[in-house]
Write a protein that binds this ligand. Structure first.
Ligand SMILES: Cc1ncc(COP(=O)(O)O)c(C=O)c1O
Length: 426
């Protein structure tokens, strides 16, 4: 009896293992391979595990205040309080989103005096922040832009651009943009490549604060880019994820978008309110098509709605209410403009402090690109092995391409960062 029982006990785990194996073999998903982790989230995971009190996470693309803490804008807190006090309902939004928000969003991008805005020859739909708005646009192009499947991205571009367009069924191509030798814009390379793009292809341009390089064309260079784009008859897709956040001035940051439209180039545009209003998790964005007249805009709008309806039916309401209140109430808007400028100014001042600390450390390299570049990110020019040393020896985390989020630098840690960079580059 005792022998029988112990045999049964021994057999039990074997049976369980066999059952698990047969369940695996018959699974629908046995062929699904483990995918690689997201490179930026991987950096954050490694950072969290590090116990060094001086550790710095320069990988994440979110603003931090001078104490290294996430920052909620005062205008956002006030808008939230107003919304809460009104005890509003939570009904579905229309498919195209909150109308007060989409109108104000178009006005913010195009400018209140814009002919395209005033004449109504545009359509703006609410999107799920910048990413979702870009994706609506990509799907729209896949369905209705008949002359080409090719989207030309700057080299390099934001890592998510490729899968956004690829998953929408478009093909990715590239044009020269960044010159690693000078850590600045390869303007002649860009002009040369763009002038050879087949006519009626799609080109993606970062409106300001290019991610990941922080390198933007100057206004004279934008003018030349607009001219060549017009000559090649390219469809321009502007990604504007940082309006106001780059220079601190919403009009200056939208200059390229407005200039292209003034040149008669009917662009498409994705906007995000993640950075400039700090509404990261609220997922507020917009997608706009500039059309030849208001009647065309109506037709395009009808098709955008048909596209959105089976994707997520209609967009989330809360963030759009916040952004709409801020854009449409004179007091809140005024406060926002001051706050967005203060975020931009803090980043600009961290760039200056980083360079002056590097000089103090005795670095003889030319670090001017750090202050020439703009926006949240800085392409330091550090090599992968130098990045590895920064992480191993100094607990400073960033992506392997040497990109740092300047938003993660504070007056408290800029000296440590400069010291560490000097140690790995001298
Ligand atoms: C160039 C660019 N486009 C779009 C986005 C979209 O971000 P989100 O979907 O959070 O608005 C980002 C965010 O990092 C970005 O850098």
């Amino acid at each position: 009896m005792a022998l029988l029982q112990s045999r049964r006990l021994l057999a039990a785990p074997r049976l369980a293992a066999a059952a698990a194996a047969s369940a695996r073999a018959s699974s629908w998903w046995s062929h699904v391979e483990m995918g690689p982790p997201d490179p930026i989230l991987g950096v954050t995971e490694a950072f969290k595990r590090d116990t060094n009190s001086k550790k710095m996470n320069l990988g994440v693309g979110a603003y931090r205040d001078d104490n290294g803490k996430p920052y909620v804008l005062n205008c956002v807190r006030k808008a939230e309080a107003q919304i809460a006090s009104k005890k509003m309902d939570k009904e579905y939004l229309p498919i195209a989103g909150l109308a007060d928000f989409t109108r104000a969003s178009a006005e913010l991008a195009l400018g209140e005096n814009s002919e395209a805005f005033k004449s109504g020859r545009y359509v703006t739909v609410q999107g799920i922040s910048g990413t979702g708005s870009l994706r609506i646009g990509a799907n729209f192009l896949q369905r209705f832009f008949k002359s080409s499947r090719d989207v030309y991205l700057p080299k390099p571009s934001w890592g998510n651009h490729t899968p956004i367009f690829r998953d929408a069924g478009l093909q990715l191509q590239s044009y020269r943009y960044y010159d690693p030798k000078t850590c600045s814009l390869d303007f002649s390379g860009a002009m040369d490549d763009i002038s050879k793009i087949p006519e009626k292809s799609i080109i993606l341009l970062h409106a300001c604060a290019h991610n990941p390089t922080g390198v933007d064309p100057r206004q004279e260079q934008w003018k030349e880019l607009a001219a060549v784009v017009k000559k090649r008859n390219l469809l321009v897709y502007f990604d504007m994820a940082y309006q106001g956040f780059a220079s601190g001035d919403i009009n200056r940051d939208a200059w390229a978008v407005r200039h292209f439209i003034e040149q008669g180039i009917n662009i498409v545009l994705a906007q995000s309110y993640a950075k400039n209003m700090g509404l990261y998790g609220e997922r507020v964005g917009a997608f706009t098509v500039i059309c030849s007249d208001a009647e065309e805009a109506k037709r395009v709008e009808s098709q955008l709605k048909i596209l959105i309806r089976p994707m997520y039916s209609n967009p989330p309401i809360n963030g759009a209410r916040i952004a709409s209140l801020i854009l449409n109430s004179p007091d809140l808007r005024k406060e926002w403009l001051v706050e967005v400028k203060s975020m931009a100014d803090r980043i600009i001042s961290m760039r200056t402090q980083l360079v002056s600390n590097l000089k103090k450390e005795g670095s003889s390299h030319n670090w001017q690109h750090i202050t020439d570049q703009i926006g949240m990110f800085c392409f330091t020019g550090l090599k992968p092995e130098q990045v590895e040393r920064l992480t191993k020896e100094f607990s400073i985390y960033m992506t392997k391409d040497g990109r740092i989020s300047v938003a993660g630098v504070t007056s408290g840690n800029v000296g440590y960062l400069a010291h560490a960079i000097h140690q790995v580059t001298k």
